[in-house]
Write a protein that binds this ligand. Structure first.
Ligand code: NAD
Length: 420
C-alpha cells in the first residue's frame, strides 16, 4: 500500500516555509499551527428500509481572530480529521487574503452520498446539523457548500438549526449558513462565485502577461460547481476548453468542448462519461494534454512528485483546495509554470458567502451586477496584494499568499494581545 499523504502536513510545510521567509513572530506561529477547536460527532440516522446507520461528522474551527469561523461542509468517503484540519486552515488564510472579516473552519461527513436516496440525504444533513448544535451559529461558525453538498443541503441545515430556537427569533438566523438557494435567503451569484473568482484571476494573469485569452486553450479537472462554472466563464472570454476529467473519466477534443452543454449533460448523467462528440482518453494521459491553462477543480494532492512533471501548460489556476502538494509546487517552479494558488484563486466562494451573510443581516437583496463588481474588487485586491508580496519577498505565489494572510492576522494578535 502506498503511504497515504497527509494533507495537513502539506499545509504545515507551506505555513512553516512562509513563516520562516517573513520571520513570523514565534508566538503567533505557535498559535496558528494548531486549530482552535475540533468537533467530532457520531449520530444515528434512520434509513429508508427502517435500519439505523451511524455516521461520523467533523467540524474543525481553525482560527477566529478576524471574525466568525467560516467554511464549507463536504460529503465524501475520504473525509477525515486530517483533511478537515487542512481545509479549515486554508479557510483562515483565504479570508485574510480576501480581506473579509472571517476566520477559518471546515467540516464534513465521511460518506459516499451517491449511495443514499434524497430523503436519506436530507435526514443525514438534518441530523448532522442537530448534532453540531450550538457549535455552529450565524455569528459564530457559518457553514457553506463544498464537495458533494449544495444549496439544498444548506436549506435543510438552516431549517433544522432554526427549528431548535423559539419561533420569535427564527427569522433572525438566516445567516447561519451561506450558499443557500436564492429563494431560501441565498445570494444571486453565489452558485457561480468560486468559478467567477477563478475566471477573474485568470483574466488578471492574462492582462499581466500580455496573454490573449481568445487564443488560449485550457483544461479542467472536476466538473462540479467550481470546475463547470470556471469552464463556462473562461470559455465566455474566448478561450477553448479542450480537456476535462472527473470521477467518471477523461475527455478531449482539439476543436473545443462546449462547456455549457457539458454542464447540462453532467447535471443529467452525474458525470462527463458518454458526452457525445469528444474523444475519451485514459485518466493517466489527461495531465499530459498540451494546453495553456490548467484549472484543477476536484480534490487535493493531484499535482505531486509523480504527476506534475507531465504538465504542458503555462498556468495552473487552483479552483480546488490543495490540489498541489509541496513537491508539486517545486516542480511547477522548476518547469516555470505560473501558479494562482488556491487560497487566492478559489476565494470567490467565501467572498460571495460574505455578501450573502451581509444581505441576510441587513434584509437586503443585491443584484448580480452589484455582487459581481464587489467580488471583482475583493478578489483582485487579494491578487494584487499577493503579487506585491511575491515581488517584495522574491518568493513563489503560494508563499506570497501565505505571507499576506499571516501579516494580516499578526497585526490583530499584536493589537489585541493574548489573554490573560
Ligand atoms: P463538486 O462536488 O461540485 O464537484 C467535485 C468534482 O470533482 C466533480 O466533478 C467530481 O466528479 C470531481 N472528482 C471527484 N473525484 C475525482 C477524481 N478522483 N478525479 C477527477 N475528478 C474527480 O465540488 P466543488 O464544490 O466544485 O468543489 C471542488 C473543489 O473546489 C474542492 O477542492 C473544494 O474544496 C473547492 N472549493 C469549492 C468551493 C465552492 O464554493 N463550492 C469554494 C472554494 C473551493
Amino acid at each position: 500500500m502506498p503511504e497515504k499523504k497527509s494533507v495537513y502536513q502539506n499545509v504545515i510545510r507551506q505555513f512553516n516555509h512562509a513563516a520562516e521567509v517573513m520571520n513570523l513572530d514565534p508566538d503567533v506561529k505557535e498559535i496558528l499551527s494548531k486549530p482552535m477547536n475540533e468537533i467530532i460527532v457520531n449520530f444515528p440516522v434512520k434509513m429508508d428500509d427502517g435500519r439505523i446507520e451511524m455516521f461520523t461528522g467533523y467540524r474543525v474551527q481553525h482560527n477566529n481572530t478576524l471574525g466568525p469561523f467560516k467554511g464549507g461542509l463536504r460529503f465524501h468517503p475520504n473525509v477525515n480529521i486530517d483533511e478537515v484540519r487542512a481545509l479549515a486552515t486554508w479557510m483562515t488564510w483565504k479570508s485574510a487574503i480576501a480581506d473579509i472579516p472571517y476566520g477559518g473552519a471546515k467540516g464534513g461527513i465521511q460518506i459516499d452520498p451517491r449511495k443514499y436516496s434524497q430523503s436519506e440525504l436530507e435526514r443525514i444533513s438534518r441530523r448532522f446539523a442537530f448534532a453540531l448544535g450550538s457549535n455552529i451559529g450565524p455569528e459564530y461558525d457559518i457553514p457553506a457548500p463544498d464537495v458533494n453538498t449544495n444549496g439544498q443541503i444548506m436549506a435543510w441545515i438552516l431549517d433544522t438549526y432554526q427549528s431548535t430556537f423559539p419561533p420569535q427569533v427564527r427569522n433572525t438566523l438566516l445567516h447561519v449558513v451561506t450558499g443557500k438557494p436564492v429563494e431560501a435567503g441565498g445570494s444571486i451569484g453565489r452558485n457561480k462565485a468560486t468559478g467567477q473568482g477563478v475566471c477573474y484571476c485568470v483574466e488578471q494573469w492574462a492582462k499581466d502577461h500580455d496573454f490573449d485569452l481568445k487564443k488560449a486553450t485550457f483544461m479542467v479537472q472536476g466538473f462540479g460547481n467550481v470546475g463547470s462554472w470556471a469552464a463556462r466563464l473562461i470559455a465566455e472570454k474566448g478561450a477553448k476548453l479542450i480537456a476535462v476529467q472527473d470521477h467518471t473519466g477523461s475527455i478531449y477534443c482539439k476543436d473545443g468542448i462546449d462547456a455549457e452543454k457539458l454542464a447540462d449533460y453532467v447535471a443529467e448523467h452525474r458525470g462527463i462519461k458518454g458526452f457525445p462528440g469528444v474523444e475519451e482518453i485514459k485518466n493517466e494521459d489527461f495531465l499530459s494534454t498540451e494546453a495553456d491553462i490548467f484549472v484543477p477543480a476536484a480534490l487535493e494532492n493531484q499535482l505531486t512528485a509523480e504527476t506534475t512533471g507531465k504538465l504542458k501548460v503555462k498556468l495552473v489556476a487552483e479552483g480546488a483546495n490543495g490540489p498541489t502538494d509541496p513537491d508539486g509546487d517545486r516542480i511547477l517552479q522548476e518547469k516555470g509554470i505560473d501558479l494562482i494558488p488556491d487560497v487566492l484563486c478559489n476565494a470567490g466562494g467565501v467572498i460571495v458567502s460574505y455578501f450573502e451573510w451581509l444581505q441576510n443581516k441587513r434584509s437586503e437583496f443585491w443584484d448580480l451586477e452589484e455582487v459581481d463588481s464587489k467580488l471583482y474588487k475583493k478578489i483582485i485586491g487579494g491578487y494584487k496584494r499577493v503579487k506585491e508580496a511575491a515581488e517584495k519577498y522574491k518568493v513563489d505565489s503560494r508563499t506570497a499568499a501565505y505571507i499576506v494572510a499571516l501579516s494580516r492576522i499578526l497585526v490583530v494578535y499584536k493589537e489585541r494581545g493574548i489573554f490573560p
